[in-house]
Design a protein. Sequence first.
Length: 125
Amino acid sequence: MAEKTEKTEVSKPAKAAEKSEKKEKQSEHKKQPEPSPEILKPKAGLSEAKEKPSIFTTAMPARVEEVIGRTGMRGEATQVRCKIMAGRDSGKIMRRNVKGPIRIGDILMLREVEIEARKLMRGRK
């Protein structure tokens, strides 16, 4: 006959304690060191606006009025007519090329409002 093998079972509270110890060891490795107080102090005489200049340029909102058609070598861009809503050129309607999904009523943020896209040529059909 086959001999019975004895299994040593660990009680449930002991297993839970082992798991919590493993988690604590793992979390110790992930903890970030705290920055020194010298780094956290703001520099004397400088305001926050001077410390961190804006990396973004000003942009004008424009609403899409009409979708003219697809353009580009592979049709990856869409030419639209949009009306500028704010700024010096408020109310101006201009033609722009847009990459990505677009539909009438969408708002574009235009960094530059002086240069207009070329008219879409209807050569090949």
